[in-house]
Design a protein around this ligand. Structure first.
Ligand code: FES
Length: 108
């Protein structure tokens, strides 16, 4: 069992940020990004209610099994693509090792 995984978050200026994420403390991608001082607001605190953590999955991780709440929020978000996810709904598990996501633009 691994103790950490490595992921990459690409910011809105296309700069990649390699981040080592400890496992076993139930983090989600939004929390990891915020903790690394990336511009993810996470306004709703991870309740799938704000879309400020909207991102695109760029690696070939098959993680598009969205909840109804997430689908509903993405329906109202801007710039949604097939590979869109809400970062707060992506749990940091061992399977996420090598994950690459890009932050979506935030529309007002
Ligand atoms: Fe609000 Fe993810 S933090 S939807």
């Amino acid at each position: 069992m691994k103790e950490s995984i490595n992921i990459t978050i690409i910011d809105r200026e296309d700069a990649p940020h390699a981040i080592e994420v400890p496992l076993g403390i139930d983090l989600n991608l939004m929390e990891v990004g915020k903790g690394s001082d990336l511009p993810i607001e996470g306004t709703c605190g991870g309740m799938a209610l704000c879309a400020s953590c909207h991102c695109y999955v760029e690696s070939d991780h098959d993680i598009f099994d969205r909840s109804d709440d997430e689908e509903d929020m993405l329906d109202q978000a801007f710039f949604v693509e097939d590979n869109s996810r809400l970062g707060c709904q992506i749990k940091m598990t061992e399977e996420m090792d090598g994950l690459v996501v890009k932050l979506a633009e935030v529309g007002d």
